[in-house]
Ligand binder design. Structure first.
Ligand code: PMP
Length: 398
């Protein structure tokens, strides 16, 4: 039955993760996987999350099915987070939100909806992008192409090249955009570049699909959602995949949401019903536990304020590590452009290390990084930062 299946190798992240687990060295350091760890190298249990969880369990509610689209307070809270409390779009009744299985599930449901409606559309993802973007849209049946994005020279985004490419994409193409904290590079568009891009998307008839998996890790909850808000203000139709895996440190609970912005209430009702039918035949209903926690935190003013403080602490800690790494490495190797590390945002950085240097980093210093030179800065802390800097210094010296 299955013998004819072609080999399906693991993606590089999972391959390295397995190699890391098999490595017996006590000094080994994992800068591969996209998980935030705190100053002691632990995945945090956020205070607000723990309190919400306790409250939820104390209620002792029956574990019945949750609505296909999730509860209304959850969906309203997601929309307020994306668009800003009191944003005009919230009262226009043209926005549908569905709870999803993490950010991945939001992308997948969005991809399935679009594939049913526009099977011949091309999907454009940034070069480079999160590995799973290409896989997920390909599996949904699309042809996936890359748009130019990262400039190795500056360590930032190359907006002129991106714009020139998008301008020539066929009308109706779907463009996946990282709203903030680009994975894997950490290089984001500036707000002026977003202001330029938003009308261009409408003019060219392109379909924006925003991925916001790190809201709050760049410049702040509101600032990171600014691209989403610009699209909302423009009146265009678009999709947004939210993830709460990182911002609530609830990875395994798989909490996310798909938000679809339609042109008017009747189109919203149609696409919402369509999405629910697809979900019904896929996994039927979303889970309860993680989403209930997120809902409690987002709707209780005290917990919400505490969560925002904890999120700010995570953001500030990453920033501090970025600054130390960038300053130290820039001083030692001014020609390598390491100062980009402190301009880049979120959990990841493209360090500019070559595949050979990344391999030596692993083989000679037990620091595991992707061959692309991507490191997870959110796994660097004051206990391991000197080791990371010295290891990078050593491989760059050759
Ligand atoms: N989009 C991007 C850019 C991501 O980096 C990730 C997670 N690594 C996701 C989506 C998916 O998030 P989740 O774990 O919530 O499915």
């Amino acid at each position: 039955l299955f013998a004819g299946i072609q080999d399906a190798p693991l993606d590089p992240i999972m391959r390295l993760f397995e190699a890391f687990n098999a490595d017996p060295s006590p000094k080994k350091l994992n800068l591969v996987v996209g998980v935030y760890t705190d100053a002691d190298g632990k995945v945090p249990r956020l205070r607000a999350v723990q309190t919400a969880e306790k409250r939820w369990i104390e209620k002792g509610l029956p574990k019945t099915y949750r609505p296909i689209e999730g509860t209304k307070p959850f969906r309203d809270a997601v929309q307020a987070l994306l668009f800003g409390a009191g944003a005009p779009i919230l009262s226009q009744n043209r926005t549908a939100t569905l709870q999803s299985i993490g950010g991945t599930g939001a992308l997948k449901t969005g991809a399935d909806i679009l594939a049913k409606l526009y099977p011949d559309a091309t999907v454009a993802v940034s070069n480079p992008s999160w590995e799973n973007h290409k896989a997920l849209f390909t599996q949904a049946g699309f042809t996936v192409v890359d748009y130019p994005y990262f400039s190795a020279e500056t360590g930032g985004a190359d907006y002129p090249a991106m714009k020139a490419y998008l301008r020539d994409l066929p009308k109706g193409s779907i463009v996946v955009l990282h709203a903030c904290c680009h994975n894997p590079t950490g290089a984001d568009l500036t707000i002026d570049e977003w202001r330029d891009l938003v009308p261009l998307m409408a003019e060219r008839g392109l379909v924006p699909f925003l991925d916001i998996a790190y809201q709050g890790f760049g410049n702040g909850l509101d600032a990171d959602a600014e691209p989403v808000r610009l699209f909302a203000e423009s009146g265009q139709e678009f999709l947004v995949a939210s993830s709460f895996s990182k911002s609530f440190s609830l990875y395994g609970e798989r909490v996310g949401a798909l938000t679809i912005v339609a042109e008017n209430p009747s189109a919203r009702a149609k696409v919402e019903a369509f999405a629910k039918r697809l979900v019904r035949a896929s996994y039927s209903n979303p889970h309860t536990h993680g989403a209930a926690i997120v809902e409690i935190v987002l709707t209780d003013p005290e917990l919400r304020a505490d969560w925002e403080r904890e999120l700010a602490e995570m953001r500030d800690r990453i920033r501090a590590m970025r600054e130390r790494m960038a300053d130290s490495l820039q001083q030692r190797h001014p020609e390598r452009g390491f100062d980009a590390i402190k301009v880049q945002k979120g959990m990841f950085s493209y360090t500019g290390l070559s595949p050979a240097e990344a391999t030596r980093l692993r083989e000679e210093h037990e620091v595991y990084a992707l061959e692309t030179g991507r490191i997870c800065v959110a796994a660097v802390n004051s206990h391991n930062i000197d080791h990371v800097i010295d290891a990078i210094d050593a491989v760059v010296k050759g």
